[in-house]
Design a protein. Structure first.
Length: 190
């Protein structure tokens, strides 16, 4: 029997299929690769990601059509959350960087227009394209922030002070630790 599993640390793996066997040809045709580390067939790019149900179902259907018995075991629970949060945070940082660059370029462009007083059709089209790009980046950023908020709702350490501050001002100490600085070095405030 062939068992297809998805565990965060291993990815999506087909166990019980030798490297050079008839089911191996089916998996290879479906885009799976042989892993020497696992000594099994795996789906490339599936480690630390959510399970690709489409790829798993396609492989299972192809193996069953070839006459093999297939069982599925997908573990997509809390172990995935930490990697999803990291991925969401990386995506937010990436989009914030792009948005910052677009805003900087637009600011330079509008300052140049203010000095020169007139523009060409090409610079107007560029400005329109950059404004549309900024709207798109803001919408994507809003989406990823909502995804991050939904993922952190179930996290026990989630509180307003624990969320990464993406603004330019650093978070005050009491916002992140719950403690306040003492004004008097001889002791705490009453």
């Amino acid at each position: 029997m062939i068992e297809i599993t998805h565990i965060s640390d291993e990815g999506t793996v087909a166990w019980g299929v030798p490297k050079n066997d008839e089911p191996a040809a089916v998996l290879q045709a479906a885009g799976w690769c042989w892993s020497r580390r696992l000594a099994a067939w795996h789906l490339p790019g599936s480690r630390y990601q959510a399970a690709s149900i489409l790829h798993v179902d396609e492989a299972a259907a192809a193996l069953q059509a070839a006459g093999f018995q297939v069982s599925l075991r997908i573990d997509d629970e809390p172990t995935q959350r930490r990697y999803s949060l990291k991925m969401v945070d990386d995506q937010i940082l990436h989009l914030e960087g792009k948005l910052s660059k677009v805003n900087r370029l637009l600011g330079q462009h509008f300052r140049t227009i203010a000095v020169e007083g007139q523009t060409s059709a090409a610079t107007d089209l560029w400005a329109i394209r950059m404004l549309l790009r900024r709207i798109d980046l803001e919408e994507r950023l809003r989406h990823w922030r909502e995804v991050g908020d939904r993922l952190t709702e179930g996290t026990p350490a989630h509180s307003a002070g624990m969320v990464r501050n993406s603004g330019t001002d650093p978070a005050p100490l009491h916002d992140t630790t719950g403690h306040r600085h003492a004004d008097d070095l001889d002791g705490p405030l009453p």
